[in-house]
Design a protein around this ligand. Structure first.
Ligand code: GDP
Ligand code: IMO
Ligand code: MG
Length: 422
């Protein structure tokens, strides 16, 4: 059965949205299974740029059914704004957007908790997107969360909010007011009602009928709540392991496409061994337009870290790599690629954040290329040094590069080994 996943392999913003957009024209379903409004997936459909936060990128293809599965968190007000924005652009969602009745709901209380923690100084700060993600997931697992289904009934919603408030109030300077939250959330529930359903059941039926399903990851493997640079991570499972629980089904996609930039970026706090805090880092930021799609923050930039990439490819069972933003590396002179860390002999990455922070990269220096490659549409047309750069990545990581992206536009990518199987 043709199931595909597109997952970030770094610290997010690898260009997942662009690739999902290119591939979802041939899909029956596009499924987000984790994260929420912290994601910012930039796409260029006809008519110009759209940044999607909650909605699966398949909304831009009229025959694709889009599922926000139960592993997601959603801010109902921001979600309604996003639905409106997409519909105004002509992408009608009636019958094509399915929101799990079990999605965790971000309330104003979660936004305050996220902001409060971020304001608490370096001891508590993670550099979050301040979209309430951590507190919303925490409440789910503490069994005091509000779920999408709760928004549809006033009594259930009041009970759910009261439960959360009674546990959380002691952590907040101003006690959240259930009555003040109730009415707007209920109104949002009524507007979202046509989209809310049991998406696990829907996907189970779709699998049985052998429909083509694409799972769209948000964030990246290095931000995974267990596997990443904890505690400087997001609060969901961003590796392939998150797909099953996040969609409520036992499944492992046949084709796991891992997305990596040809270099590396990170936004927010936490270690980044191959970071360039120099003129080259600034050059990458300017040339790559490396500013957050959700918060506008400048992204930290550095060389690609092949050791980390090899590790996360193993964990997620990546079948092919998509390399994005190769065009940004044109005319940058010689290029470094991280091939390990000084004195680090283990096969994996350290779980201890102090050890991780102390990692010093070891580089292999490869020749660069000067040509503008943004109009190139096949592997053979790339300069020989660009091809050998890709070959080095592929051989080091041990996973084939299946897709190469050389620009933000839909058509600016090509397969390096023929058309995809799906
Ligand atoms: P996502 O969160 O993984 O979907 O990625 P973002 O949208 O946050 O960030 C990726 C940025 O790079 C966006 O501005 C894209 O339009 C842009 N982009 C994607 N692929 C390419 C590429 O191959 N070349 C260039 N120059 N830009 C790209
Ligand atoms: P996409 O899907 C890049 C980062 C934040 C912060 C950490 C925790 O566009 O790749 P959170 O708000 O999730 O509690 O923040 O995770 N982060 C992202 N960085 N791209 C994203 O999403 C991100 N989503 C969260 O900057 O460091
Ligand atoms: Mg992004």
């Amino acid at each position: 059965m043709p199931t595909t996943a597109i997952l970030g392999l770094q610290w997010g913003d690898e260009g997942k949205g662009k690739l999902v957009d290119s591939l979802s024209a041939q899909q029956d379903f596009c499924v987000r299974f984790q994260g929420g409004g912290n994601a910012g997936h930039t796409v260029y459909p006809p008519g110009g740029k759209i940044v999607l936060h909650h909605l699966p990128t398949g909304v831009l293809h009229k025959d694709c059914i889009n599922v926000m599965a139960q592993g997601m968190v959603a801010d109902p007000f921001k979600l309604l704004d996003e639905i409106n924005e997409v519909e105004v652009r002509g992408f009608k969602l009636a019958g094509r957007l399915k929101i799990s009745d079990r999605c965790a709901v971000t309330t104003p209380m979660h936004l305050s908790l996220d902001a409060g923690r971020e304001d608490g100084g370096s001891a508590t700060k993670v550099g979050t997107t301040q979209r309430g993600i951590g507190p919303t997931y925490a409440d789910r697992y503490d069994r005091i969360g509000v779920r999408m289904a709760d928004l549809l009934d006033g009594t259930t919603l009041r009970e759910a909010l009261s439960r959360a408030v009674s546990v959380r109030a002691c952590q907040m300077s101003v006690e959240p007011n259930v009555d003040a939250m109730l009415k707007p959330l209920r109104e949002a529930g009524d507007k979202l009602r046509p989209y809310i359903c049991d998406t696990a059941l829907l996907l189970a039926e779709a699998m049985k009928e052998e429909r083509r399903i694409l799972f769209e990851g948000a964030q990246g493997a290095m931000l995974d709540v267990c596997q990443g640079t904890y505690p400087y991570v997001t609060s969901s499972h961003t590796t392939a392991a998150g797909i099953a629980a996040g969609s409520g089904l036992l499944l492992a996609p046949q084709d796991v496409i891992g997305v990596s930039k040809a270099y590396c970026t990170r936004v927010g706090d936490g270690p980044f061994p191959t970071e360039l805090a120099d003129a080259m880092g600034e050059k990458l930021r300017q040339k790559g337009g490396e500013f957050g799609a959700t918060t506008g923050r400048p992204r930290r930039c550095g060389w690609i870290d092949l050791f980390a990439l090899r590790y996360v490819c193993k964990i997620s069972g990546v079948t092919r790599i998509a390399i994005t933003k190769l065009d940004v590396l044109s005319a940058m002179g010689e290029l470094n690629v991280g091939v390990g860390y000084k004195g680090w002999k283990e096969p994996g990455l350290p779980a201890d954040i102090r050890q991780f922070t102390a990692l010093q990269p070891e580089y292999k220096t490869l020749p660069g290329w000067d040509e503008d490659i943004s109009k190139i549409r096949s592997l053979g047309e790339l300069p020989a040094t660009a091809r050998s750069y890709l070959r080095f990545v592929e051989e080091y990581v041990g996973v084939p590069i299946g897709i190469i992206s050389v620009g933000p536009e839909r058509e600016a990518s090509f397969f390096s080994e023929g058309a995809p199987k799906a």
